[in-house]
Ligand binder design. Structure first.
Ligand code: PLP
Length: 256
C-alpha cells in the first residue's frame, strides 16, 4: 500500500517543478501523505511575482527546504516543516529516564530533540532567525525574483549567441546550456565543454558546473548570488563562446 507521495519543487539538474496542485489533489483523494522536496524551490513561495510556480505546496503534509540555498544562510541548514506536530512528535519522541519532562524548571520546556533523530544538536536555526530579523522575508523574496530575472536574461543571451545552445527551457534559476560550434559528435562536445568549464573555474571567471540531461552533456549555471549582475552573465556567455571556438580551432591547446 503506498503511504506517501514525494513531489519535487525544483530538481537539482534543471529546476523542474512538479504539478503540485494535481499531486495534492491525488493525495487528498487517496489519503496519502504529501511530502514536497523543496530544497531548491520551496522558497519560491516568498517570491512576489513567481510564487505561483509552486502553487499547491501549501497543501503538503511535510516540506524539506534548504535555507542555505535561496535564503542565503551560511552552509549548512537544512529544514523540515511538518504540518501535524503530534504526528511529528509521535514519530521521533524517545524519552529516556534522564530526559524526562518535569512540571517545573528547565525540564518543563519542549525538548527540541523530540522532533528529530539527533539529541545533541547544533543551533542551526539561529542564523536563519537572525537573517530573517535583519533583512525580512520580503527582501529574500525580491532576491529570488532577481535570480529568476538573471536566469531569463542569461537564457536570452544564450539563444542570441550563434555558437551556444540552450539544452532545455529554463524554468527557475538554473540554466543548462553548452557551446556547440557545429560538426562535433556528442563525446567531442562533452570534452570541449568540460574543458571550457574547468578553464573558467581555474581562471576564476565563473563557477558553472556540468551535468547530463537525457544523455546530453551540458554546462549548468545556478544563479544564487545576490551580487550577480547582468555584466557577469555577459562575461560568462562571451567566455564560453570564445573559449569554445578557440579550443575547437586548436588555437588554445586542450590539456590531456
Ligand atoms: C532537490 C534536493 N533535495 C534534497 C537535498 C538535500 O540533501 P542533503 O540534505 O543530503 O544535502 C538537496 C540538496 O542539495 C536538493 O537539492
Amino acid at each position: 500500500m503506498p503511504a506517501c507521495v514525494i513531489a519535487t519543487a525544483g530538481t537539482v539538474n534543471t529546476g523542474a517543478i512538479d504539478d503540485l496542485e494535481a499531486i495534492a489533489n491525488l493525495c487528498a483523494s487517496e489519503g496519502l501523505w504529501l511530502h514536497v522536496d523543496g530544497c531548491i524551490g520551496a522558497l519560491l513561495a516568498i517570491a512576489p511575482q513567481s510564487r505561483t510556480l509552486v502553487r499547491g505546496i501549501e497543501r503538503a503534509d511535510s516540506i524539506a527546504l534548504d535555507p542555505h540555498k535561496w535564503l542565503h544562510a551560511p552552509f549548512e541548514v537544512g529544514c523540515a516543516l511538518v504540518r501535524d506536530a503530534k504526528a511529528h512528535l509521535c514519530t521521533f519522541k524517545v524519552t529516556p529516564e534522564y530526559l524526562e519532562n518535569a512540571p517545573q524548571g528547565i525540564a518543563s520546556g519542549a525538548w527540541l530533540h523530540d522532533f528529530g533523530l539527533q539529541t545533541s544538536r547544533g543551533f542551526r536555526a539561529l542564523k536563519v532567525w537572525m537573517a530573517l530579523k535583519e533583512h525580512g522575508v520580503a527582501k529574500f523574496g525580491r532576491l529570488i525574483e532577481q535570480d529568476l530575472a538573471h536566469a531569463r536574461y542569461l537564457t536570452e543571451q544564450i539563444n542570441a549567441a550563434p555558437h551556444l545552445e540552450l539544452c532545455l527551457p529554463t524554468s527557475i534559476n538554473i540554466v543548462c546550456f553548452r557551446c556547440n560550434p557545429g560538426g562535433l559528435s556528442e563525446p567531442e562536445l562533452k570534452k570541449l565543454n568540460i574543458e571550457i568549464m574547468v578553464r573558467m573555474q581555474e581562471a576564476g571567471v565563473a563557477a558553472v558546473s556540468d551535468t547530463s540531461i537525457r544523455g546530453r552533456h551540458c554546462l549548468r549555471a545556478a544563479i544564487n548570488n545576490h551580487r550577480t549582475r547582468r555584466v557577469d552573465l555577459d562575461i560568462l556567455v562571451d567566455q564560453v563562446a570564445s573559449l569554445g571556438l578557440a579550443l575547437n580551432a586548436g588555437i588554445v591547446g586542450a590539456r590531456n
